[in-house]
Design a protein around this ligand. Sequence first.
Ligand code: BGC
Length: 771
Amino acid sequence: MNIKNFSLALVLSLAGTSVFAQQKMSKEAIDKKVDALLSKMTIEEKVGQMAQITLDVIGKGKDRYTSDEPFSLDKKETEKALLQYHVGSVLNTSNNRARTPQVWYNIINEIQNVAVKKGKNKIPVIYGVDEVHGATYTAGATMFPQQIGQAATFNRALVKEGASVTAYETRASAIPWNFSPILDLGADPRFPRQWESFGEDPFLVAQLGKEMIKGLEGDNNDVSNPFKVASSIKHFLGYQVPVSGKDRTPAIISDQALREYHLPAFKAAVDAGAKTIMINSGLINGVPVHANYKILTKLLREELGFKGLVVTDWGDIENLHKRDRVAKDNKEAVMMAINAGIDMSMIAYNYEPFCDDLVALVKEGKVKQSRIDDAVRNILRVKYELNLFEKPTTNIKDYPKFGSKEFEKVAYDAAAESMTLLKNNNNTLPLSKTAKVLVTGPNANSMRTLNGAWTYSWQGEKVEEFATKYNTIVKAIQNKVGAVNVTYLPGVSYKMDGKYFEDFADKMDETIAAAKNADVVVLCLGENTYTETPGNLSDLYISDLQTELAKKLAATGKTIVLVLNEGRPRVISKFEKNMSAILQSYLPGNFGGDAIADVLYGDVNPSGKLPYTYPQFPNALFTYYHKPSESRETTEGVYNYDADYNPQYVFGHGLSYTTFSYSDIKLSSNTLKKGETLEISVNVSNTGKVAGKESVLLYISDLVAHDISPDVKRLRGFDKIDLKAGETKTVTFKIKPEDIAYVNAELVTTTGEGEFTIQLGNKKANFNYTP
Ligand code: BGC
């Protein structure tokens, strides 16, 4: 080989990143470039950078809300937005529909050509999309379990790997910015986005959030790497706990609770270097978060030290006026939000009033020039960090692993590890491969329900069109045990063009009749797909028709295996006791059907654990970290009574086909002092007959907290281990005083003096903290 060929080969062999070899710019170099650019920009150009519009606004079509198909840019509208108004960012897909990577390349490349080649300052657009469980809006992309299922894996490495695949496939779609991860606390099972969270525990959310950021942005947050994207942690903060349980309705959260439960994940993410943040669309204590200076500037910028870009949620500046009525008109709304600390407005549609009003506000001195400069600095910095000035568009041709088997395996592994076995009476599972099964229920034959919303479209209604090559639950079971052993009848079906909660009896009588000829019934219940306000819920019980189907099947006396496929824990207590086994699959993604079948027939040993408390009654909603008064045992006296702590299944519950035993808790000391580290170890043994994975959860209870009543216990560590039959491993945790601290009534984070109890499996030990 000649020298020229040799060096080419060398370049091509460099860790697969050769085609992109480039130097990461230092922070100082970026700051210099940003300042130089800023000094050349007019106020109109700066304000334009702060505007973000949805793709349909510049698509050819009859209005701003829909575009013609096939999609093409409207030249006049594009130039108006990007050149006349200098709009700096575009988001979302058009017509609420996934596109192929090639189409994405064509669209974004054309947008960049206008912004960079025709724009006076040659500033690339930053394109953002919600790739929350894989590249949502890209046809052929790898779809992972939704975050709630990923949380159930308790597997940090899997979460990170999945995010890394998502970053790759997002860039393969020419998109550099991902509105993910969701760091909301999923503490309310009524909320229509609980499944987008990592569940109810602040520590779990923080830990997995960090992993997801690392997967998306890279270990050193070097997003100039063309296989990485800028993440956007959201929705800052307290978004998922409105009083009504319904999306974008008011939340009442004390400052203490905000800091104790909702802040830690965001703090951890800011410390992990997340590049951008999206704001909570709702109200806290009556004040819209988008207008809250204390939260957006005092807390986020000054206290947490966040240095990145702050973007609104959809239309939320306009909402200050139109929805929340804290501003008399759009102009006042813009003033409030920008002065509170917003850098970029996800305007979505009508960008002209935002731009015109903000320019006027600066000229009138109502928004300081320095505030605008700070905002634009934050935006330009991310654009430089993403290397968009050098390479405004990435191209699918450089991403050979897009949709590959290698990536699919990561998604399958995550789905398999998320499977959570809630009940298994008399070892009903695993099933024999020769058993005659009736597979039924509205979730049995649906790719849509396996994936959930944010899959090929916002509400997930287009999944069947894009996911034809993957297996539904019934298909995966047929593949495994042969079609002759499997009868499928829906019993109940969802109305596919109706509201997500609408269902109808679909051959219910035939289904009950067919059950009589089966050895086992695999009953697949749950929910159809939804997110945000369309997913609001008025009754947490699973639907009446699904309840009827379950009860009628139970009346046949057959063994029933209930497979749950749902975004939030719908109450099943009306028939739970009649089910022999129950498998929670959450929203496992395109490989969910295969993973479910593998668990049902024992090819995979389940190892998921519930990342939330599964309620038994709609009026009895708890988190596991409730106060002692919520779970008192009998109060003695003349009037004996119990506090009703009665979840269906507790947080962290999840069975296996093997058994684990915990022994030998050892502490490095019985006392912990300021500045010290306590080492806690425990032996975990696989005492059953098959290999299995176990998530070891470390709970610590502060027995007396002196002012705020302490939570009964809190998760302070977890680790997932793999054990062969008969094998024992020692798991060690290191705990510092700050790891067991709480926020006191004066909002100070403090570690209470006195006794603490450690719980690992069914073993306990105590230690003392003395400052
Ligand atoms: C959602 C966000 C999302 C945004 C952009 C909003 O309605 O609340 O989570 O990132 O839309 O699609």
